[in-house]
Structures are given as C-alpha cells and as structure tokens.
Design a protein around this ligand. Structure first.
Ligand code: PYC
Length: 312
C-alpha cells in the first residue's frame, strides 16, 4: 500500500491539502519542469490526493518539493480537481501555516518557490501570513462578451498569478445561498470568453472568473465570487484574484500604493490587500489566516478500484 503524508489546512474556509511525504517521485529540474512531469507522468497522484473519495472538488493540493533556489524554504506545486495552478494565494497561506505546524519554519520572513516565481511571506508563528505575490497587471479593460441567457457582460482581464476575468456590473447578488446560480452564470462567462477568443497574454486561457459586489461587513471594501478552473467556487477571497483586483484598481488610479483593500469572500472571510510599486510593477501583498484541520496519512490500496481517485 502506498502512503502519502498530508497536513490539511483551510484559509478563510478554502481547503489546502499539503503533501509533505510520499508524493510522486518527480525528477530534478525547475519547478516548471517538475510541474510538467507531474502533469505528464504522475497525474494520477493529483486525482488520488484531491479528488473524491479522499477529497472534493473544492480541495486544492500543494506538493512540497526541494527548492532549486537555496534561499527558499521549499518548492511548491499547486493542483486541483482538474489540473495545475500557476500560483495560489490561499494555498500559500495554508502551506506557510503547515510548514510552521511541521516545525520547518518559525515566525519571520521566508520564501517559497513556485512555477511562476519566488513568493516571499511573513509568518506570525501561528496563523497569520502576509505574502508578496508575483507582479500583477491589468492586461485588457472593458472587454464585452455575449453571455448565453444573460446578454452582454463587460469585464477586465488581469494576471495575479492566474488569469482572471473581473466583472463589477452583473446584476447578481453575491450570497452563499446563490452559489449554484453564481456558478452557472460565471461558467457561462467562461464559455463566452472561449467562444469569443478572449485570452490572457500570449493566448493564455482565462480559467478564473471573478464577480464583485458590495460587502456584507462594512469593515470590508468589496465582496467577491470566484469561479475556479474545475467549477468549484473559492470559499476564500482568492489570493491571486485579490491580486488581480489590486492590479486593476492600481491601473485605474482607484487605490494608492500602500492603501488597504479588504476583500470579502462569498462565505464572509476576508483578506487584506495592498500593493507596492517596484520598477513600475504592482506587487500585491495579501494577508490572511489559515488553520490546521488534520494531520493524515492517505492510503492507496492497489486493490481499491478508486485507488487513484475519481478522475476528472
Ligand atoms: O487563493 O489564489 C487563490 C486561489 C486560486 C484558486 C483557489 N484559490
């Protein structure tokens, strides 16, 4: 029987399953090369770790591996129910807290290596983490697509470590009892983006759709709903989605460097976001909290017909 050691955390309600032993035997190479090997040779591990029956569509996996850059505490490859993520903000916060739980870091400043770059973070030794995301930017503004059953919808395209289509005017109320309707609406937007050939830079697929509305808690600036690539919605305010929002606010001159933007999620959790400018580039700083839910060993029994999970 194969055994995979994991720490389960959640960040603002969004789970991260951190694999710290027993993962796929990836070859040496850059994090991008190792992610490619994970995808091409060991994808069944992804399904075994995050998909049903051991996981669920909401679960994000984080495979810890040795970093190439010796100044980083670990390398990490994020994955979900249908594939692999460039970066993951809630996941980075979960990984930081899991590393603290494992005794691999203490309070202070650390760095993680991801396939899209090195991420620095500050950890308070318990649950609170501030991460410095990859440079984020608004790529296109005011893009209108015809959405089946809803008519024309206009939004911005931005990079925050993943590609997002951000929509402010949509006529939907962002309440958790409407999660199914919001999923259907944003999925139709995603389909419209594909149909209309709207992409990120270099033809990259836009695989996250983000709606904004008024916050429920007056301490916050905005509430969001984020559709993730595998059709689950983010229970957290989405670290990369908040980064994309900060880049759009910065580009529109609506948020000054160092000012705080509090982003609320559909379930009411919040991230604090701000940005600094470095050589004219927007570097988002995202603060949130994660908690450890479980220390566990996943057992992969070769006689189990769903040993490697239900593939999607
Ligand atoms: O927090 O960046 C994030 C994220 C991406 C997908 C799910 N969460």
């Amino acid at each position: 029987m194969r055994r995979i050691e994991v720490i389960d955390t959640h960040t603002g309600g969004e789970p991260t399953r951190v694999v710290h032993a027993g993962g796929p035997p990836l070859p040496d190479g850059s994090l991008t090369e190792r992610r490619q090997a994970f995808r091409q040779q060991y994808d069944e591990y992804r399904s075994a770790i995050v998909n049903e029956p051991r996981g669920s569509d909401v679960m994000v996996g984080a495979l810890l591996c040795p970093p190439v850059d010796p100044t980083c505490v670990a390398g990490v490859i994020f994955f979900n129910n249908v594939g692999y993520l460039g970066m993951c903000g809630h996941g980075t916060i979960g990984v930081a807290v899991a590393l603290g739980h494992l005794g691999r870091i203490v309070a202070g400043r650390h760095k993680l290596e991801t396939p899209v770059g090195v991420i620095a973070f500050d950890y308070d030794g318990r649950s609170r983490v501030t991460l410095e995301n990859v440079p984020s930017y608004r790529f296109r503004t005011g893009v209108t697509v015809p959405v089946e059953g809803h008519g024309p919808i206009t939004g911005d395209v931005a990079w925050g470590g993943n590609w997002f289509f951000l929509v402010g005017e949509h006529g939907q109320s962002l309440t958790v009892d409407r999660a199914e309707a919001l999923t259907d609406f944003t999925w139709r937007i995603r389909e419209a983006l594909v149909r209309e050939g709207v992409t990120g830079e270099d033809g990259a697929e836009i695989d996250h759709v983000e709606l904004f509305g008024p916050p429920v808690d007056p301490a916050n600036d905005s509430r969001n709903f984020v559709l993730c690539p595998g059709k689950a919605y983010d229970r957290s305010p989405c670290g990369t989605g908040t980064s994309a929002k900060l880049a759009c606010l910065a580009a529109a001159g609506e948020l000054a460097e160092g000012d705080v933007w509090r982003q609320e999620s559909l379930v009411g959790s919040a991230f604090e976001g701000q940005y600094r400018l470095e050589a004219g580039r927007c570097i988002p700083l995202i603060t949130g909290k994660a908690y450890v839910n479980a220390e566990a060993t996943l057992l992969l029994d070769p006689e189990d017909p769903f040993e490697m999970g239900i593939r999607r």
